[in-house]
Design a protein around this ligand. Structure first.
Ligand code: NAI
Ligand code: MG
Length: 493
């Protein structure tokens, strides 16, 4: 464990405090199945303390700091973050098993997200609204208040960057509750906010159980907004929990992204993207192309390429820089993935390769699973409909544009989609008709600070990143000023 980071205290009101409710819990390394560190665990009273600190900071120093100084603090934080990428990547990899070559690449980009949000902090102007000469009407934009950020275990620091960067730039204060399986990196993040000189209470970090600490955060009357990434079922619970306090919510939920390969595509490039996206993060990301739709003339070639690539994926200890793919992030996810392999076989899909837990020497205690390919998948099968979150590619054949679009849209989800075609007209026609928050053409998973990210249908509410990323953290106030100061007596006649 890097010396400068410790995990056995909560970060509340600028202080490292012992939990009142939960004590410490071991965090499990999914590559070994064994604990690797003790992490502070907060309960309801700890969340209450954190919200009180965030409220005090919001009403006190944070509200008074001019936006360009908020921006400067965020930039300072971003620069500090950039110097700690290796240490943060190691912590995250320990907690969720993501291959360190991926963690470093991902975390290495986060400073740019914070810089992007910093660049927006002092540009949150309103507009003037054309009226007649008797009034001057204008809008101003104001932070909503205390934000509860609830994050998942697959990309804890990325989710934190998207939520905290935007919330802080907007002038909100934050209580961050990371996922049970991966709390450590968020506490490391708190240390960096502390070092960068953020006023006490602007950022607070409280790991804890979702139904306890998370639910308290949602129900707390002083929390104005919840920014959540995770499961759809949890989002529905959050809506109900937050109903009495009318808590605003944005949701980044699951996906079952179609990755469509037309026969006229540059197949080598399409296969690079489709295989990469099948097994990145051990399959544990909502935007991965877990459904690969392949036009029938090239279907067999693509299936063969997937089989061949699967054999080249180096599955191994995630801290080894040579490793391509680490374990599943926790035990339940391993079980879920293996159960979907059985479901796929039961539904009559052809298991081309993989599908088993890896029990070879050195990996048997971790949650490792083989890169897996199913062919002969039809759109209605459960493995083509439901989010597996494992390294399982489902290859679905199709004939022509219309069928590709129909299959692409035939799930409850609508987060992301990719398509490969050499025909520009077709690319536009198909992209326009896919129900998704993001469509990638002749590329895949191109995600940046400046491009809005989020889903339609069951994939979520609202957008993160881009210029739009700050909207959920702001209220618009309309001010109307009379230039005459006269108001007719309504009862004069
Ligand atoms: P989850 O939705 O249960 O957990 C996400 C976060 O919500 C965690 O911080 C958790 O503690 C918190 N939470 C849980 N119950 C809560 C409650 N009642 N009130 C407030 N907060 C609560 O997700 P889970 O169970 O870890 O993952 C299950 C599935 O969700 C995955 O297999 C995957 O399909 C999907 N998922 C999607 C993600 C995405 O990036 N869109 C990320 C993680 C999971
Ligand atoms: Mg859950």
């Amino acid at each position: 464990m890097p010396d400068s980071f410790r995990f056995d205290r909560l970060f509340i009101g600028g202080e490292w405090v012992e939990p009142l409710d939960g004590g410490v819990r071991p965090s499990i390394d999914p590559a070994t199945g064994a604990p690797w560190g003790d992490v502070a665990w907060g309960g309801e009273r700890d969340v209450d303390r954190a919200v009180a600190a965030a409220k005090e900071a919001f009403e006190g120093p944070w509200r008074k700091i001019p936006p360009w100084e908020r921006a400067a603090l965020l930039r300072k934080f971003a620069d500090l973050y950039a110097t700690r990428v290796d240490a943060l990547a190691e912590i995250e990899t320990r907690d969720n098993g993501r291959a360190v070559r991926e963690s470093r690449g991902d975390i290495g980009m986060h400073a740019q997200y914070y810089h992007w949000f910093a660049s927006l902090a002092d540009k949150l102007g309103g507009r003037t609204i054309p009226m007649d000469d008797s009034v001057h009407a204008f809008t101003t934009r104001h932070p909503v208040g205390v934000v509860g950020a609830i994050t998942p275990w697959n990309v804890p620091l990325m989710a934190a960057a998207w939520k905290l960067g935007a919330a802080l730039a907007a002038g909100c204060t934050v209580v961050l509750k990371p996922a049970e399986q991966t709390p450590a990196s968020s506490l490391a993040l708190a240390r960096l906010f502390d070092e960068a000189g953020f006023p006490p209470g602007v950022v607070n970090v409280v790991p804890g159980d979702g139904p306890v600490a998370g639910a308290r955060l949602v129900a707390h009357p002083d929390v104005a907004k919840i920014s959540f990434t995770g499961e759809g079922a949890t989002a529905k619970t959050i809506l109900k929990t937050g109903a009495d306090t009318l808590t605003r919510c944005t949701f980044e939920l699951g996906g079952k992204a179609p990755h469509i390969i037309f026969a006229d595509a540059d197949l080598d490039q399409a296969i690079n993207a489709a295989t990469g996206s099948a097994w990145a993060l051990c399959g544990q990301s909502c935007a991965l192309g877990s459904r690969v739709l392949v036009e029938r003339p090239v279907y067999d070639r693509v299936v063969e390429a997937f089989r061949e690539r699967a054999g080249r994926v180096r599955v191994g200890m995630p801290l080894d820089p040579a490793t391509h793919m680490g374990p599943q992030a926790h035990r339940q996810q391993l079980d879920k993935t293996l159960s979907y392999v059985a479901i796929g076989r039961g539904e009559g899909a052809e298991l081309v390769t993989g599908g088993a837990r890896i029990d070879r020497d050195g990996l048997a205690d971790g949650y490792f699973v083989e890169p897996t390919v199913f062919a002969g998948v039809s759109a209605a099968m459960r493995i083509a409909q439901e989010e597996i979150f494992g390294p399982v590619a489902a290859l679905i054949p199709f004939d022509g544009e219309e069928e590709a679009i129909a299959i692409a849209n035939a799930t409850p989800y609508g987060l992301a989609a990719g398509l490969w075609s050499g025909d520009t007209g077709r690319a536009h026609r198909v992209a326009a008709r896919i129900e998704a928050g993001m469509v990638w053409v002749n590329t895949y998973r191109y995600i940046r600070w400046s491009t809005p990210y989020g889903g339609v249908k069951a994939s979520g509410w609202g957008r993160e990143n881009g210029l739009e990323g700050l909207d959920p953290f702001l209220e618009t106030k309309t001010t109307i000023v009379s230039t005459t100061g006269t108001f007719p007596d309504p009862f004069a006649s």
